[in-house]
Design a protein around this ligand. Structure first.
Ligand SMILES: Cc1cc2nc3c(=O)[nH]c(=O)nc-3n(C[C@H](O)[C@H](O)[C@H](O)COP(=O)(O)OP(=O)(O)OC[C@H]3O[C@@H](n4cnc5c(N)ncnc54)[C@H](O)[C@@H]3O)c2cc1C
Length: 608
């Protein structure tokens, strides 16, 4: 929003960071360390901020050899060329990631490459082993664990530790940038707070860190030519940053670049629109592509090699690996023999509970085709051709490993499971320079506007694990520090000049983090744990005069709505019944159970 009218400002900050995910947390923290007073906002309610960073595998791209990392990443980008400035920052940041972990995250990095050495899972770190210098690449973890929000919790904690300098507003989406009409300087931002649009004056810099457009159907259609893709991360990334970039005439880049994740080049169980899906058929689930099983696309024919390893959804395409091919209604098709194998497969972490119950059954292929809306003759022809190739021991169509081929049973029943292309994250956003400034179409920085994270990430083509979170840490630091730098170029036009500003004294801009206070009565004790998937669990335990547990109240939790909530409901009852915090965990909610148990233990430890 460009405006020169007289304005009433509701609050003034040195820096505003829009989006409290990995990039935003990093930018806010480093801006605060430069002495800036920072406003950090997120559109999600408390406990749901964290964006894709919270849900991510927590792997951070790293290495030690700058030249080798550069060579590998240039080949990943080929035949496209990455933009030099942002790319160089990224490579340099990765080559120094070990120091970053020690200095800024206070942990010794754990090398995934070392952890996985000798197992097939190393392919997850070295996704393109055939490219030169692929060996230089590693993924660092903050401890020996993945998918557990561990890095996110550290990034968030670093923000909370700077509460004197950083105000946090949850459930407060940024709606518009406020730009000076003459100088084009971004001098503020409009944020919706309690259903009212608030004008926030920003003296030195606004950092856009609102993530991608994973949940914006219109943008997915426009930029990715798909009607819908299943998000597997945050539901709050709706492309707002792209809209704000468009408002201030920023140059967009990498709009077509996006990633999926998991088996079958990133297909998930088909989920209702608007809900998160898991990467159903996981990354290394070998059983899913062994034998009489195929995947068909919209017309009932195969469209890729089902045994191809996960490369973030990218699919082999005439010597290169293209961004995922979006079929609208793909299905996994298999026979009774395969069904039995899947059914009898021992439990493993790759399986999504209950997936096989979603299988559609039919006595014949023709009937199956009808049930799943495919043309009968196409599906029949596909299976006939597959059987022929399995007999020959050669997949002429997609070169699937012969060891994985087996003819379908001549007799039914046959099965189909509905799948959908999933969406890990998008890379598109504003073009940035080496100072994380957003550029206009002429390549000139838009004054006071910065960007970090997956909104405008520097990945132009093939992508490898850990790249985005590494970029959050790298670009977040650069954006935060530069946004905090005191600027001498304040615009003088209209009522937007800070000196003329009218400030609304009735508006209270207090941080949401300062509002939480819990009371205790006689024999009541508070306990806390940060072990869960959410932002922490606070409990109030009541004991009798003998110290026996009489009540356990969970005062605050932001665990998952499904399994997590089960633990929240059931564990307190168990603890009272058994008079101990040390009860059995709820199945499927081990992390939430651990958090509740630790919080109650903490509260009991305070009994004198
Ligand atoms: C399941 C999964 C696993 C992944 N694993 C890895 C991995 O191991 N390593 C890796 O490098 N990458 C991984 N990725 C990708 C990576 O997580 C993301 O690209 C990265 O975390 C993005 O960070 P970000 O801070 O840019 O955005 P996000 O973390 O998504 O944060 C953006 C924030 O902006 C907020 N927001 C949106 N609009 C507004 C608005 N208008 N106003 C205010 N706030 C707004 C959102 O609520 C959100 O909290 C994974 C992604 C997923 C989904």
């Amino acid at each position: 929003m460009a405006n020169n009218e007289k304005f009433q400002w509701d609050a003034i900050y040195d820096v505003a960071v829009l989006g409290f995910g990995g990039a935003g947390a990093t930018a806010a923290r480093f801006a605060a360390d430069q002495g800036a007073k920072v406003l950090l906002v997120d559109s999600a309610p408390e406990g749901h901020e964290g964006g894709n960073t919270r849900y991510s595998g927590q792997m951070v791209g790293a290495g030690t050899d700058y030249n080798a990392l550069k060579n590998y990443h240039e080949h990943l980008a080929a035949p496209l060329k990455p933009d030099k400035a942002a790319f160089d920052n990224f490579i340099e940041g990765m080559a120094n990631m070990g120091d970053y972990f020690r200095k800024y995250l206070d942990v010794e990095p754990v090398s995934m490459k070392k952890l996985l050495a000798g197992t097939p899972s190393t392919a997850y770190v070295t996704e393109y082993p055939e490219l030169p210098d692929a060996d230089s690449y590693d993924d660092y973890l903050v401890h020996e664990g993945v998918d557990d929000a561990a890095l996110w919790k550290i990034l968030r904690q670093k923000v909370l530790e700077r509460s004197e300098k950083i105000d946090i507003w949850y459930a407060s989406p940024a709606k518009h940038l406020i730009q000076d009409g003459i100088t084009k300087t971004v001098i503020g931002v409009q944020i919706e707070r309690d259903h009212v649009l608030r004008n926030i004056k920003v003296k030195n810099g606004v950092v856009l860190a609102t993530g991608g457009f994973e949940n914006n159907k219109e943008m997915i259609q426009t930029f990715l030519q798909a009607p819908y893709l299943s998000p597997i991360g945050s539901l709050y990334n709706k492309g707002d940053g792209i809209k704000m970039l468009e408002e201030v005439n920023a140059q967009l880049w990498n709009m077509r670049s996006f990633e999926s994740l998991g088996q079958f080049h990133g297909l998930s169980l088909r989920q209702k629109e608007g809900l998160r899906s898991t990467y159903a058929l996981n990354v290394f689930w070998q059983e899913s592509f062994m034998g009489s099983v195929i995947v068909v696309g919209d017309d009932g024919t195969r469209y890729f090699n089902e045994a191809e390893m996960n490369r973030h959804g990218h699919i082999y395409n005439h010597g290169d690996w293209a961004v995922p091919l979006n079929q609208n209604r793909p299905y996994m098709i298999f026979d009774q023999r395969k069904y039995d194998e899947l059914k009898n497969e021992p439990e493993n972490s790759f399986k999504v509970p209950g997936y096989l119950e979603k299988a559609i059954k039919a006595d014949t292929l023709a009937e199956l085709a009808e049930k799943i809306g495919k043309r009968q003759e196409k599906l029949q022809m596909t299976v006939t051709e597959f059987n022929f190739m399995a007999q020959q021991g050669k997949d002429y169509a997609f070169h699937r490993d012969p060891k994985t081929l087996r003819t379908f049973n001549a007799e039914g029943p046959y099965y189909a499971i509905a799948l959908r292309q999933n969406m890990l994250n998008t890379q598109g956003g504003g073009r940035r320079n080496g100072h994380a400034q957003v550029l206009n179409p002429d390549g000139q920085p838009i004054p006071h506007l910065y960007e970090a994270g997956e909104l405008g990430a520097p990945f132009v083509n093939k992508y490898t694990t850990g790249g985005n979170v590494a970029d959050c840490l790298i670009s977040g630091k650069i954006a935060g520090e530069n946004a905090a730098t005191i600027k001498q170029d304040l615009p003088l036009s209209g009522g937007l000049n800070l000196n003329d500003a009218i400030i609304n004294n009735d508006f209270n801009s207090t941080s949401d983090e300062d509002k939480q206070q819990y009371s205790v009565g006689k024999n009541q004790y508070l306990g806390f744990s940060n072990q869960g998937m959410g932002d922490g669990v606070v409990v109030r335990t009541t004991v009798d005069n003998e110290g026996k547990i009489k009540n356990v109240e969970i005062l605050k939790q932001t665990e998952s709505d499904d399994y997590g909530l089960k633990a929240v409901k059931e564990l307190p009852k168990k603890m009272i019944e058994e008079n101990t915090y040390d009860v059995d965990a709820i199945s499927g909610a081990s992390q939430t159970s651990r958090a509740i148990k630790e919080a109650v233990k903490d509260s009991l430890s305070k009994i004198k």
